[in-house]
Design a binder for this molecule. Structure first.
Ligand SMILES: *Cc1c(COP(=O)(O)O)cnc(C)c1O
Length: 462
């Protein structure tokens, strides 16, 4: 029985897939401060124009430049593995396949977009990139990509992770990037927050404000900002995961996938594995598709779909998405990559349509799943990935009850070798669950009061 399927370099997908071209109902446009749809020029101080073009593209397939493929070959095509040892431990008839995105230099799926983003910035003549990072996965991925491209990289890292996860900061430094804890005293946005909340653990919303501020206030005009998830072009770059997985499943003779799962923070790895299969679902395939989030940050499962800012200082346009409110400060769970208040508009719209059905799990449940995985399969998952694994285990058990040989596919978004402190705390019994209390959700949603409402448009087909 095969436990892995590899593709040769010449079998790598040469185009990214853009779900925006196929959604049965069109996306609502991002809105500017005046309430009108933003124009490409409005985004020009923040992003290079070649990425803005991808952001607004309605083209189904977008060519991957050869120079980007040459870099992706360092770890792509990534292996498709089969978790036969977990299957055996669960006694399930289901077949569990996973795309191993932990093999990239930074250890997660994030370099799949960090490399193209750095490349397009360089093409546009940009010299320096600013960004935010939660757990440090995105900061380290962008630091790696900027090192290859000879670009300067400055990372604002959410304070709690900066303290909990010093190794990620060291990785950024190894790749030549500058990493500071956010909120910092280096920006107006950071100083404002610190004046009001001197002990704040920080949030992605705050760190994004700081990074955008630094980019747009650079008088030379040679700095731009980069976001590691949420935006259409980021999700686009990640679709290489699902496109490769399709080829690999075909290669070993799997004709049909029944369930596709990915954990969802901003939605990029979920989109990466799932969007090519959502395309099949739109064309009639019968596939269950589950984005998975923590109960402490229940964006898709409990928050409304409406217009909101991507950051606390309201520097980003208003995006149509599921949102807990831009002032949301997540409880300190270890899955730092799943603590964002919003969700990618494309993922949100897929959920509104009923093309994907979100699930949420508690932290301790996810660590239990991670230990079962590590003690059967061997690899140690990132705490974010353990949310997907929890859903996989649930589906595999369901398949056992139903006696069905289902094919389950999920995105192994990253390894957990930089997250061992979380594991140690879990095993010492020091972690707790933080399901978001209803009153805190209500409080946080006050930050979207008065903002325009996004209409929930669905075709009714799913
Ligand atoms: C960042 C990250 C996530 C969550 O981000 P998405 O944009 O939702 O994919 C999940 N897993 C890992 C390992 C991450 O680094």
């Amino acid at each position: 029985m095969s436990v892995k399927v590899l593709l040769n370099e010449d079998e790598i997908p040469r185009q990214w897939y853009n779900l925006a071209a196929d959604l049965p109902t069109p996306m609502q446009p991002p809105l500017g401060p005046d309430g009108n749809p933003v124009k490409a020029e409005d985004l020009a101080p923040i992003f290079p124009m070649n990425l803005i073009e991808q952001e607004v593209s309605q083209q189904r397939w977008i060519d991957i430049p050869e120079e980007i493929l040459q870099i992706l070959y360092r770890w792509r095509p990534s292996p498709l593995r089969r978790a036969v040892f977990l299957e055996k431990a669960l006694g399930t008839p289901a077949k569990i396949y996973y795309k191993d995105e932990g093999v990239s230099p930074a250890g997660s799926h994030k370099p799949n977009t960090a490399v193209p983003q750095a490349w397009y910035n360089k093409q546009f003549g940009i010299k320096s990139i600013t960004t935010e990072t939660g757990a440090g996965q995105w900061g380290s991925a962008l630091a790696f990509a900027c090192a290859l491209m000879g670009l300067k990289c400055k990372v604002y890292m959410v304070r709690i992770s900066f303290d909990q996860k010093p190794f990620r900061k060291m990785m950024m430094n190894v790749w030549g990037a500058d990493c500071v804890a956010s909120p910092s005293t280096q920006t107006q946005a950071g100083r404002d927050i610190l004046a009001r909340y001197p002990d704040t653990p920080g949030s992605l919303g705050i760190a994004i404000s700081e990074a955008i501020e630094e980019a747009v206030t650079d008088k030379t005009g040679q700095t731009r900002y980069s976001l590691g998830s949420v935006l259409n072009h980021v999700l686009l770059h990640q679709t290489i995961i699902g496109l490769e997985a399709k080829k690999q499943l075909q290669k070993i003779g799997e004709k049909k996938v029944d369930v596709v799962i990915g954990c969802a923070g901003g939605g990029s790895n979920f989109a990466g594995i799932a969007f090519p299969f959502i395309a099949d679902k739109i064309n009639g395939a019968d596939i269950e598709i589950y984005p998975v989030e923590p109960t402490s940050c229940p964006t898709l499962t409990r928050a409304p779909f409406t217009y909101d800012h991507g950051d606390v200082a309201k520097m980003t346009p208003l995006l149509p998405m599921h949102t807990l409110g831009h002032a949301f400060v997540s409880p300190p769970i270890h899955a730092g990559g799943l603590r964002y208040h919003g969700m990618a508009p494309l993922v949100s719209q897929a959920v509104v349509e009923g093309l994907a059905t979100p699930k949420a799990y508690d932290q301790l449940h996810c660590y239990d799943s991670a230990l079962l995985w590590a003690r059967t399969e061997g690899y140690i998952p990132a705490p974010e990935t353990s949310h997907a694994i929890t859903a996989v285990i649930e589906e595999a058990k369901k398949a056992k009850e139903e006696g069905k040989e289902k094919v389950i596919l999920f995105s192994w978004s990253g390894h957990g070798l930089m997250d061992l402190v979380g594991y140690a705390n879990f095993m010492a019994g020091k972690l707790i669950d933080y399901p978001l209390p209803e009153d805190e959700l209500r409080e946080s949603l006050k930050s979207i009061e008065g903002l325009p409402k996004a209409p929930m448009v669905r075709s009714g087909r799913w």
